[in-house]
Design a protein around this ligand. Structure first.
Ligand code: CTP
Length: 412
């Protein structure tokens, strides 16, 4: 159980913070809400108190004998601000201490993560850009807003990400506090990362397809991790059970053929290419134009042909300085066998790094947690286990190490 302070600033997205509290409490965390006075214009104190199980205050004066403006910040394991308005970012960047939340931001010694939400013009304004840069320099993690519908008829970047996304980032920071703090660099800034995710679908006829159990969670985790660490990220998404993370460009694909086409288009401009998707290895030799009828058939034999090996093609065509990462889903009896199979696959595909998962007994597919051994041509470079978001950061660390980056790995 962690102690989380949830700061809420006065924006319309404040209502979404109600669900963030629920989700964090479902994970067993103790959540204290610190709204700004303006936030109470959107959602009242009673709602925050009922959802969090704690009293709320906006100013430093109530209960002054307990010095809450210092104690709350000092004792927290995570300070999360969602939504953060342009005004809150400005006050935080200026180091002001004019209400309880800004006092907490000055006294917190734990990771601080901020989710801005505002109109696109305000988000893109030079003043806001400068405030975000200042907060990041000082070690706060400032997440990207989502793009989409804003209040009224407007649309663009500025939406508060979904509470699922906010919880994912909060949980990762609780496990990997090195992602925040003055020493934490946005160590992927300037790099372009293309990552594929999800399972492809190969049409058999107009209504049926061959597919697989990939949920897309691993690729989504990698896209989220790379974006949080400053990369420009494109997610090439086959069918996924979950939404893409905020702040990444998304290209949707259906079949392995589509995936091959889009990856081949995007790879030349990428510094890092990661194939976390589960492409079908076989596709129908000739998909039926009309629905295959069962009448008059005892059974059905499918005529399948092999698809392109996208990873092998990308590795063969990689440009100098580009890092190509693949995955290996293997059913191995033990770790040595997993590494042996992975090493053979790495050589076959020609990738720089291979993330080897043991999928015996249906493990890994769709699960929130995973375990992996990351190898390069010289052998094992890392072993990791935990949530797919935490493992994603291990993969990012391995990529940076492979690129000779003088990184401070964020994973242990
Ligand atoms: N992959 C790919 N194109 C395919 C099949 C797989 O790019 N047509 C990629 C996957 O995204 C993954 C890696 O290759 O990064 C290994 O996938 P995996 O299914 O483990 O290996 P396969 O090549 O399919 O070999 P096999 O199933 O025979 O073990």
């Amino acid at each position: 159980m962690a102690r989380v302070i949830l700061g809420v600033a006065g924006g319309i997205a404040a209502y979404k913070a109600c669900e963030v509290i629920r989700r964090l409490r479902d994970s067993g965390h103790d959540v204290r809400v610190v709204p700004t006075a303006n936030a109470l214009n959107f959602v009242g104190a009673t709602t925050w108190e009922a959802l969090s199980g704690h009293p709320v205050a906006t100013e430093v004066w109530p209960g002054a004998a307990e010095v809450p403006h210092v104690r709350l910040g000092q004792q927290a394991d995570l300070v999360l601000v969602a939504p953060a308005t342009a005004d809150l970012l400005a006050r935080a960047a200026a180091g002001r201490a004019d209400d309880l939340l800004t006092n907490i931001l000055l006294t917190a010694r734990c990771p601080v993560v901020v989710f801005p939400a505002m109109h696109t013009e305000m988000w893109l304004h030079a003043a806001t850009r400068a405030n975000v840069a200042t907060l990041r320099e000082r070690g706060a993690v400032v997440a990207d807003p989502d793009s989409g519908r804003l209040t009224g008829a407007d649309s663009g970047p500025g939406r508060l990400p979904d509470p699922v996304e906010i919880r994912a980032v909060a949980e990762t920071l609780l496990e990997l506090p090195a992602l925040a703090g003055p020493a934490a660099a946005r160590d992927l800034a300037g790099l372009r990362v293309v990552v594929s995710a999800g399972g492809t679908q190969e049409a058999l006829d107009p209504v049926r397809f061959l597919g697989n159990h990939s949920s897309g969670l691993m690729g989504i985790g990698i896209a989220r991790a790379a974006r949080l660490r400053g990369a420009e990220v494109t997610l090439v998404a086959a069918r996924m059970d979950h939404e893409p993370p905020a702040g990444v460009a998304v290209r949707r694909v259906v079949s392995t053929g589509d995936l091959a086409e889009v990856m081949t288009e995007l790879a030349p401009a990428a510094d890092v290419v990661i194939m976390a998707a589960a492409p079908a290895d076989f596709t129908a030799a000739r998909p039926a134009e009309h629905k295959i009828k069962k009448e008059g058939r005892e059974g059905l034999t499918l005529d399948l042909v092999q698809t392109t090996d996208v990873l092998a093609a990308l590795a063969a065509g990689r440009r100098p300085g580009q890092t190509v990462v693949g995955f290996a889903a293997e059913t191995a009896d033990n770790r040595a066998e997993l590494v042996r199979l992975g090493t053979a696959k790495l050589a076959r595909k020609g990738a720089d790094l291979l993330v080897c998962n043991d999928v015996s007994g249906g493990r890994v597919f769709g699960d929130a947690d995973t375990a992996a051994v990351i190898i390069d041509r010289a052998g094992i470079v890392a072993e990791c286990a935990g949530s797919k978001d935490v493992v994603a950061h291990s993969i990012v660390d391995a990529v940076l190490a492979h690129r000779g980056h003088p990184a401070h790995p964020v994973t242990p």
